[in-house]
Design a protein around this ligand. Structure first.
Ligand code: SF4
Ligand code: SF4
Ligand code: SF4
Ligand code: FES
Length: 651
């Protein structure tokens, strides 16, 4: 620990702490612009200058490490004068006519800093040439005229997202922000995660969707969790007058560290199809509006008549409370327990079964991806499906971390992978079996056995022995390896192959994780829900869709069922076919609990009021139970805790 004095106050901090951080510990706020706690210190703007006793010139506190008995002053005339000069320079170098900027009045850190430092006028004559706006991107526009060259955007895009899209052209005060060495942002490699917009301290990067809808102080904010995939990134949902305005990441939160992907930040704001605002019953081929009592009575009558020919399909994006309520309604009110999901993903159920066999958790946490040196991705497209987990890997590529991908898909799973191995389509399970024996031979046995195994593997999967040898050598040398298994390599039909693979990883001490698909896939599997593909032929079905779009496979399955009750928020090809339609809440209108792929139990809060006549999915489940004459109550927390889980559960 190091002891130093700042503004007359002694403070003790760990070695390596910066002066700015030590000041913060004392509650002293040093003004800053290029600094952001989620980024590595950069020292570009010079606003955070402080006086250090014994130093000839002012020092940037954001990059200066503390030293023993250091004496620092953060608020002297010299320091104040230097800050005013830095701000005057910034205001003269670009168009900072704040009254014309969307970020004015509290959302712009430059403007706030100017007020805090008492800047009353521009002592330096503005001196700049205008830059063209880049409005080529569907969600983001770049206005280099408001840019202060702090590089937060470039650093977040490279160091945190691992996308390396942004950079600067030209030098010094004439530098300007570009994408991919000069492409319009909309035509660049940008993946629309929006991290650069969120971190920009001025109005230089703006969100097109929320611009001119109000400052941050005008908006209501709900601290919530993204339920668009199984990673469970934390986010703020910003609303105004009961409508969605913007979604931001929560810096310094786990697991996403403030990052979101396009699915988490922008997709939920896109317009959806027509809203279902009241229950409906199909009469003579047309939907007619009905009361809740009429619709529920009609639904219960047909489900009861179907008895054990009635099945339930529920979206794994629904809250645990709803999934538990539906389970209680179905298992209590009808003979037989036919609980299915609306999708075919088998990862969650397979890993829950494995947990039962292995008597408890066997999977690593997502944090293992953050300091990995060799990651083996088996049929797991983290760049498409669980993007923020993919960012953890992509950003380490420049730090010599190496990624190996094996997949039957035509496109590489991670573009910058060190080794991309493509197998014949449909050979995943031969591959798993072959890989385990091939690697085992390479890692632990003689070369002759390895050769035989690899020749056999090539015949089945088309993978060259050299590739497997290379991958095995990388894993053998790794200090922090991780094996990530995705749905391409998980099938209940070939469950034994998965067991062999996981046991092989355990024997070799490779941390392993199986990435589940949806926000509540793991909880649903623990509650006994099975993938849709395994469902029995049914006489009647209750489909709890929430705001999920029905897949083509679900539509096909439901087409065979004579009586359909659908609970949904928006119209779709499936709701068109419903005999009874129940109007349920969308994600933004309903709170509830979600269990992420790594066992993190998190709460989503309702950010909007649902339209009148619409019920939450949980209320629909309770009403169905009541109509079936049973209690919809189920102690889901105890059920989750009783069931062996593939990951340690944590609140
Ligand atoms: S949106 Fe994301 S990927 Fe695109 S430039 Fe910004 S940080 Fe980079
Ligand atoms: S665009 Fe914003 S974040 Fe990027 S350098 Fe300019 S002011 Fe900083
Ligand atoms: S990775 Fe998943 S949880 Fe995170 S923001 Fe994207 S969709 Fe949401
Ligand atoms: S905040 Fe320290 S140099 Fe910018």
């Amino acid at each position: 620990m190091v002891t130093l004095t700042i503004d007359g106050n002694q403070v003790e901090v760990p070695e390596g702490t910066t002066v700015l951080e030590a000041a913060e510990k004392l509650g002293i706020k040093v003004p800053r612009l290029c600094h952001h706690p989620s980024l590595k210190p950069y020292g570009g703007c010079r606003l955070c200058m402080v006086e250090v006793e014994g130093a000839r010139i002012l020092q940037p506190s954001c990059t200066l490490p503390v030293s023993k008995n250091m004496i620092v002053r953060t608020d002297t005339p010299k320091v104040r004068e230097a800050r005013k000069f830095v701000l005057s320079m910034l205001f003269s170098e670009r168009n900072h006519f704040c009254m014309y900027c969307q970020a004015t009045d509290g959302d712009c850190e430059l403007q706030c800093a100017a007020y805090e430092q008492g800047l009353t006028h521009w002592p330096l004559t503005p001196n700049y040439s205008p830059y063209a706006l880049d409005a080529s991107h569907k969600q983001i526009f770049i206005d280099n005229n408001r840019c202060i060259l702090c590089r937060r955007c470039v650093r977040v895009c490279g160091d945190m997202v691992g996308n390396f899209t942004l950079g600067f052209e030209e030098r010094g005060a004439n530098s300007f922000l570009v994408a991919d060495y000069g492409l319009p942002l909309g035509e660049s490699s940008c993946i629309s995660c929006g991290a650069c917009v969120q971190i920009c301290p001025t109005g230089a990067l703006m969100d097109r969707g929320s611009a001119y809808q109000g400052r941050e102080t005008d908006l209501n904010s709900s601290a919530s969790v993204c339920t668009e995939c199984s990673i469970g990134c934390q986010r703020y949902v910003r609303t105004r007058d009961n409508r969605l305005v913007r979604i931001d990441g929560v810096w310094e939160s786990e697991p996403g560290e403030g990052l979101l992907c396009e699915k988490g930040r922008y997709t939920p704001l896109e317009p959806k199809s027509e809203r279902i605002s009241a229950p409906e019953i199909l009469q003579n081929g047309n939907h007619a509006q009905a009361t809740w009592d009429e619709a529920l009575a009609e639904a219960a009558k047909h489900l009861k008549n179907a008895a054990d020919g009635a099945v339930l399909f529920a979206s794994a994006k629904l809250p645990i409370e709803t999934l538990a309520g539906l389970k209680a309604a179905f298992s209590g009110g009808l003979r037989g327990e036919h609980l299915y999901l609306t999708d075919d993903d088998e990862t969650a159920l397979a890993s829950v079964r494995l947990a039962e066999e292995l008597h408890g958790p066997f999977e690593a946490k997502l944090n293992a991806l953050k300091n990995v040196d060799v990651a083996l991705l088996l049929g797991c497209d983290l760049e498409r499906d669980q993007q923020v987990a993919g960012f953890f890997l992509k950003r380490q590529v420049l730090d010599n971390s190496r990624i190996i991908t094996i997949s039957g898909l035509d496109k590489p799973l991670i573009k910058r992978a060190a080794l991309k191995i493509q197998q014949k389509k449909g050979s995943s399970f031969d591959l798993v079996t072959g890989l385990v024996s091939g690697w085992h031979a390479i890692l632990h046995e003689g070369d002759k056995l390895a050769e035989e195994n690899l020749a056999h593997l090539e015949e089945k999967t088309g993978i060259k022995p050299g590739n497997i040898r290379e991958a095995a050598a990388m894993l053998k040398e790794a200090q922090n390896p991780v094996v990530v298994i995705g749905n391409e390599f998980v099938s209940l039909e070939h469950y034994d192959a998965l067991v062999r693979l996981v046991l092989f990883c355990k024997q070799n001490e490779f941390p392993v994780m199986i990435i589940k698909r949806h926000a509540n896939s793991l909880a649903a599997a623990q509650l006994g829900y099975k993938p849709a593909a395994g469902s029995q032929p049914a006489k009647a079905a209750f489909v709890a869709l929430g705001d999920e779009e029905p897949s083509a496979a679900l539509l096909e399955q439901c087409a065979q069922i004579p009586f359909l009750v659908v609970s949904a928020s928006h119209r779709s090809a499936l709701t068109d076919k419903a005999n009874v339609l129940l109007a349920s809440a969308a994600w933004s209108e309903e709170g509830g609990n979600f269990l992420s792929t790594e066992g993190r139990l998190q709460t989503r809060v309702a950010a909007l009021d649902a339209p009148e006549g619409v019920r939450s999915t949980k209320a629909v489940a309770d009403a169905l139970a009541a109509a079936l004459g049973v209690s919809g109550k189920l102690d889901w927390m105890s059920l989750l805790k009783q069931q062996p889980s593939p990951v340690e559960l944590e609140d």
